[in-house]
Design a protein around this ligand. Structure first.
Ligand SMILES: Nc1ncnc2c1ncn2[C@@H]1O[C@H](COP(=O)(O)OP(=O)(O)O)[C@@H](O)[C@H]1O
Ligand SMILES: [Mg+2]
Length: 415
């Protein structure tokens, strides 16, 4: 019956859990590191008493001390990939603004705002603080009145993360209760799993909201947002309190979302590869820029969005930095090329150092064997053995020398 359908309107599929994949990646990296540590320790052990290698042994010991030891997530406490599963499609034009304007008392926030956002588009609202990004979002949400005409498309279902969303949580509830109160349908059986997915595993879910950090509150508010099927996400500064890892998780989820998205953000890394259109707020205007966030930064001749705070769009021609587009794209390209070259060089050096070490080991074994044979009555008379021993020693010396040079070079390139 219809009633039943409504009971189950929230699907657990909203959370695609890829815990296993992430753990396996971590395990592989962890094992690699363990092998590297083992190799280094072996090396130190092997050369510890050799005066000629004192410097290299010392440098390896230092290297060991510097290694940041990886950890593998607890099985049940892992950050997961999450997914917004869209509700049924909205109409083709989720938002159409026609001469939208907003005035607070005598203060004009913006006017003549005209744009259309197409279904499935992901756009960024950028601009310095106080230029009206949140205000336009509130207009779209019908939270405040405004001038002009703003049309929402057919069947638009909005998931809204307000700029102060994290502060709007009820402080007297626990993490678990906060979600328990809003979750309906079969997802209720999975609340603990979902909380675990957002790093509220185990006892963390019994914490009161009032003791949570900004990042934890943001994550919790994000979970609430995920509990509703939507086809239009409006995220007003969602990354403000998030750590790198949670930011990545969120970015992946927003990227994978097939609905329409407006993100207000100052974070160019977060917006990169996510937004395909940028709306610039400033001086009472909203200007549309086609292309991604780096195209926008290039057009504005700035390197990051915080610089917008220093440059108002109306004053742009006088105030802008003196870097040309070509300069910026060249310098980005150069940095990238240099990095790439250096990485290549490091890889090559690492291999050469490794090869040298294998060779040293082999030569040492051969020398030892030769010495054993020379110590037998028959071997003692064998001049060929003696010559071979000298040659091996000479080779060893050369290889150690080569190894020393390569190690120094590697250290220099890698630092
Ligand atoms: N309720 C309000 N009453 C009066 N002025 C407001 C109100 N809300 C916001 N403003 C003003 O409107 C401007 C735009 O604010 P806002 O949309 O929050 O900017 P942004 O999100 O781009 O940082 C600011 O100058 C702000 O002081
Ligand atoms: Mg704002």
């Amino acid at each position: 019956s219809c009633g039943k359908i409504y009971d189950y309107r929230v699907s657990y599929n909203q959370f695609t859990v890829l815990r296993k994949e992430r753990r396996e990646q971590q395990l592989r990296a962890y094992e690699n590191q363990q092998k590297q540590i083992q190799d280094t320790e072996d090396f130190i052990e092997r050369f510890r008493y050799k005066a000629t290698k004192a410097v290299q042994v010392q440098s390896r010991i230092k290297q060991l001390e510097k290694i940041e030891r990886m950890e593998v997530d607890e099985e049940d406490n892992t950050a997961l990939k999450l997914k917004f599963l869209p509700a049924s499609q909205s109409g083709s034009y989720p938002v159409i603004c026609e001469d939208v304007e907003k005035i607070y008392g005598k203060h004009l926030v913006f006017r003549n705002v005209n744009f259309t956002i197409n279904r499935g588009e992901k756009v960024a609202f950028v601009g310095k603080n106080g230029e009206g990004k949140s205000t336009l979002v509130k207009c779209i949400m019908s939270e405040i009145d405004f001038g002009g005409k703003l049309t929402l498309g057919h069947n638009v279902q909005i998931g809204y993360f307000a700029q102060n969303q994290a502060q709007m949580l009820d402080e007297s509830y626990t993490v678990f209760d906060t979600i328990d109160r809003v979750a309906t349908g079969d997802i209720r059986l999975k609340i603990r799993d979902i909380l675990g997915a957002f790093m509220f595993g185990g006892e963390a879910s019994d914490k009161k909201v009032k003791v949570l950090s900004g990042g934890e509150r943001t994550r919790l508010a994000m979970i609430k947002l995920l509990l509703e099927p939507v086809n239009f996400l409006i995220l007003d500064e969602p990354t403000n309190h998030l750590d790198m890892r949670s930011k990545d998780v969120l970015k992946d989820a927003v990227r994978a979302f097939s609905g329409t998205v407006i993100v207000v953000s100052h974070d160019r890394e977060f917006l990169d590869g996510l937004a395909s259109k940028v709306y610039e707020f400033g001086g009472g205007h909203v200007k549309e820029h086609l292309g991604g966030i780096y195209d926008f930064l290039q057009t504005k001749k700035i390197e990051n969005l915080n610089e917008l705070n220093a440059v108002s769009p109306v004053m742009e021609p006088e105030n802008k930095k003196k870097l040309s587009n070509a300069d910026i794209s060249l310098s980005i390209k150069q940095t990238y090329e240099v990095q790439k070259e250096n990485n290549k060089k490091i890889k090559k050096l690492e291999k050469q150092v490794g090869d040298c070490e294998t060779k040293i080991e082999k030569l040492e074994t051969e020398i030892r064997e030769t010495e054993h044979r020379m110590a037998t009555p028959k071997g003692a008379l064998d001049m060929g053995l003696y010559e071979q021993h000298q040659q091996l020693k000479h080779q060893l010396e050369k290889t150690v020398e080569e190894w020393e040079q390569l190690s120094v070079e590697l250290e220099r390139s890698a630092s």
